[in-house]
Design a protein around this ligand. Structure first.
Ligand SMILES: Nc1ncnc2c1ncn2[C@@H]1O[C@H](COP(=O)(O)OP(=O)(O)OP(=O)(O)O)[C@@H](O)[C@H]1O
Length: 270
């Protein structure tokens, strides 16, 4: 049985929850301007699984991700990463938890232009004063197909390659969970398909846990499971999604206005 750095066996990882929300409520504003962005959401994201979160604009996808990743304070209920309850954690502990246990990928690649690809990948660990596990780092770099680009600076890389650097940066510290917010939103469909393929490989081959917010049914079809939100509530949970199934579900949720996959989109469509 393989054991990860956190001492959790891979056998247990297959079923345990990497992150969990219980009756999670998020209210923005007060009085007349009050918005209930999340209305008692309960969901678990399982280890070594790739989960997509979908839903119409304003349904609460980003809010759910931000609350579960400790980027935004919650108004009610609870959110846990592994067995750690986020509510009540002081800022310093929360920063530490985000740094040590969570990986982030955003639509903007957020790479430092003066650092090369490898330096960008190891930057968060360098800041934290942690030595990268060389063997793991080599596997990550190989998995995202960057072995021959490590000395390049961001400006010398394509958008897709830059996002692959951001994926590798999120994976480098072997976090318990990676939250990705529209990771392919700035990419053409070919580069997007590549990045999604690498995210899926990081789950299948490296046993990582990924939760991704997306608007794109083709992107969602790379996931093992799609959770659908509408008006701050979970309204469906779809295992083994295909792009067609997701598109159909989104059509119902958006009253027939779901985005259709772009030309050349490469996801599973059947
Ligand atoms: N900082 C904020 N202050 C007030 N209301 C907010 C704030 N952030 C989000 N909201 C509201 O909360 C609700 C959920 O927003 P959220 O951004 O989570 O939706 P989303 O599903 O991610 O939308 P999109 O797909 O358009 O990005 C929306 O009604 C939004 O207007």
């Amino acid at each position: 049985m393989t054991t990860t750095h956190s001492g959790v066996s891979t056998a247990t990882r297959a079923t345990a929850a990497a992150a969990r929300a219980t009756d999670l409520t998020k209210v923005y504003g007060q009085g007349e301007t009050q918005v209930v962005a999340l209305d008692a959401v309960s969901v678990a994201f399982h280890q070594a699984q790739f989960t997509a979160i979908m839903g119409p604009s304003g349904s609460g996808k980003s809010t759910l991700m931000h609350c579960m990743a400790g980027l935004d304070a919650i108004s009610g209920g609870s959110a846990t990463i592994g067995d750690i309850e986020l509510t009540g954690l002081k800022d310093k502990k929360l920063t530490q938890l985000r740094r040590d246990r969570i990986g982030f990928i955003f639509q903007a690649f957020n790479l430092l232009p003066t650092l090369n690809a490898l330096e960008n990948i190891t930057l968060p660990m360098d800041i934290a004063g942690r030595k990268p596990d060389r063997a793991w780092l080599d596997r990550v770099v190989e998995t995202v197909g960057l072995s021959d680009r490590l000395k390049h600076r961001p400006a010398q890389l394509s958008g897709g390659q830059q996002q692959r650097v951001a994926v590798a940066r999120a994976l480098a510290s072997r976090p318990e969970i990676i939250f990705a917010d529209e990771p392919t939103g700035n990419l053409d469909s070919r580069s997007g398909a590549e990045v999604l393929g690498f995210l899926r490989n990081s789950v299948r081959e490296l046993g990582q846990t990924v939760v991704m917010v997306t608007h794109d049914p083709v992107a969602a079809a790379y996931a093992d499971r799609v959770v659908f939100l509408a008006d701050g509530r979970i309204v469906d949970d779809m295992p083994d999604p295909t792009a067609d199934m997701v598109l159909e579900r989104m059509r119902h949720l958006s009253g027939g206005s779901a985005r259709t996959p772009g030309p050349g989109a490469q996801g599973r469509t059947t």
